[in-house]
Design a binder for this molecule. Structure first.
Ligand code: PMP
Length: 445
């Protein structure tokens, strides 16, 4: 085959060509079938060929593809926005939704909306952002600056805006031995208050967090009470709370929004992956009633626009995905298969000498690999343990999402699993069996 002209992530190795999707399997040009245990990066929550989603997209292609949002709205965008507002966590109010193409764009839009809110609310001195480390919020410059992912930030450092990072709650390494979950939650949330006070509360615009951390740390839920305290602190100091649900949202953790399980609402919420489930490139920002009201009373305009906003085919595809999740009662399957995944991971890795931590929620689980379980010492990142395990699983025809640890040793290599919401028990068993075999291939068993 001639050398590829696509700018792939790795220019030295050749990739198989994906030619088809069948249920929860991807098929390459040689006819090889891979069970998709991660949906890419927690994207493909309805497998790869759902007939209802395909039909809805085809019907929209025949009806209308694009009408510019400067002059028109369209029905699928209106219906999808209404669906997302209706399901938003209690306290969101009469929100509005903006549709764009990717999670990174959604984060940029949320940051800009936060700024618009502050300016229109008569507080132009509020511009500072506080986020967490580790975290990942996207690849565009503003989103990359907001993320606390050292490896991805480093090469671009001089271009990044200044964002403060506090520690994200990571019980495996940060919870003190005799600390209660509530005490840990309080201590970690209070880091936010300390940072707001250090910066000067009148200058802080927003706090950004993933309700369940995804790519940077691997499916880390917050301890009980953490987000309630975060909400209190944000309210006390007039700071907006931006929930990045790009990975955790749209049912991945068993509820439409992961934040629902924390009993609070965010001021701005981003979502992406499970929204279009990979059938269409689409992301969204949900602005709460509080934000919308200030803008309505102010300029009355959204100070943000992208040419392909509210794209009719993208929103029609995503609307079909959300209807399928409802009609097929898939959130209850996420909970049931999630319990199975958690218990089979525990059975396979609970005593494994290199499995330091097993964490997650719903169909969103991770194992963290360590060199020494006793001391929790991570592997040297140069060894590329997670990548090797990902490759070994792939050699056994199962796709996982491996990530390397942080070079400073603050967290270890991990492998993330995010199977489709349509998974059947046999697929969950096969995923865990294969991952266990892949770990043994790399680390010995
Ligand atoms: N936020 C989170 C929490 C993510 O996981 C990601 C993608 N992994 C993004 C933002 C960026 O999304 P995208 O890659 O679609 O730009």
């Amino acid at each position: 085959m001639a050398e590829s002209s696509v700018f792939h992530r790795d220019l030295h190795s050749s990739l198989p060509v994906a030619v088809a999707g069948e249920g929860n399997y991807l098929i390459d040009g040689a006819g090889r079938r891979y069970l998709d245990a991660c949906g890419g990066a927690a994207v493909s929550c309805l497998g790869h060929d759902h007939p209802k989603v395909r039909e809805a997209i085809k019907a929209q292609v025949d009806r209308l593809a694009f009408a510019h949002t400067g002059s028109f709205t369209n029905q699928p965008a209106e219906d999808l926005a209404a669906h997302l507002v209706a399901r938003a966590p209690e306290g969101t109010g009469a929100g509005r939704v903006m549709f764009i193409g990717s999670g990174s764009e959604a984060m940029e839009a949320a940051l800009k909306l936060a700024r618009q809110y502050c300016v229109e609310n008569g507080e132009p001195e509020r511009s500072r952002i506080i986020a967490r480390k580790p975290s990942y919020h996207g690849n565009t410059l503003g989103a990359l600056a907001t993320g606390g992912h050292e490896g991805r930030r480093a090469p671009f450092a001089p271009l990044l805006i200044d964002v403060s990072h506090i520690d994200a709650p990571y019980p495996y390494r940060l919870k003190h031995k005799d600390e209660s979950e509530e005490g840990f939650a309080r201590r970690m949330a209070d880091l936010l208050e300390a940072e707001i006070l250090r910066l000067d509360p009148a200058t802080v615009m927003a706090f950004v967090a993933e309700p369940v951390v995804g790519a940077s740390l691997g499916t880390q839920p917050a301890p009980k009470g953490y987000f309630k305290r975060v909400r209190e602190i944000c309210d006390q100091y007039g700071v907006l709370f931006i929930a990045d649900e790009v990975m955790s949202g749209m049912g991945r953790t068993g509820t439409t929004y992961a934040l629902e399980q924390e009993g609070i609402a965010a001021d701005l919420t981003t979502m992406a992956k499970g929204l279009g489930a990979g059938y269409q490139p689409i992301a969204a920002v949900l602005a709460s009633g509080k934000v919308v009201d200030v803008i309505k009373a102010g300029s009355g305009r959204l100070w943000n626009g992208h040419t392909y906003m509210s794209h009719a085919i993208a929103t029609a595809g995503a609307l079909a995905v959300q209807h399928v999740i409802d009609e097929e009662n898939l959130l209850s399957n996420v909970v049931a298969r999630g319990k199975q995944l958690a218990s089979t991971l525990e059975a396979a890795f609970g005593q494994h000498p290199h499995a330091g931590d097993i964490r997650g929620r719903g169909l969103f689980w991770t194992i963290e690999l360590v060199a020494d379980r006793g001391t929790k010492a991570p592997f040297d990142v140069a060894e590329g343990i997670a990548a090797k395990i990902g490759a070994a699983a792939r050699a056994r025809n199962v796709m996982t999402y491996p990530s390397q640890g942080c070079a400073d040793g603050t967290h270890g290599d991990h492998v993330l699993l995010a199977p489709s919401y349509t998974s059947i028990p046999e697929e969950i068993d096969l995923i865990v069996e294969t991952l266990a075999a892949a770990v043994d291939d790399v680390l010995g068993g």
